[in-house]
Write a protein that binds this ligand. Structure first.
Ligand SMILES: [Zn+2]
Length: 65
């Protein structure tokens, strides 16, 4: 089992951190470059970005009954 994102030939494992702008500059460039040439990861990025946008819309007070 490998959880090292560096071993990921695609960038699936980095998409969450990429959306949150939590990657270092080198990783950010790698993800951006990969997304331009990989439809599968580009779709994954859209899904992660949409999920992150939805989460951003949920305010803490909305989570309380
Ligand atoms: Zn890919």
């Amino acid at each position: 089992m490998s959880a090292d994102p560096g071993d990921d030939p695609h960038v699936r494992l980095l998409l969450g951190a990429y959306v949150l702008d939590a990657l270092d500059a080198q990783e950010t460039r790698r993800v951006a470059r990969h997304l331009q040439g990989c439809d599968g990861c580009a779709r994954g990025y859209v899904e992660v970005a949409e999920a992150a946008a939805l989460l951003a819309l949920v305010r803490p007070e909305d989570l309380r009954e």
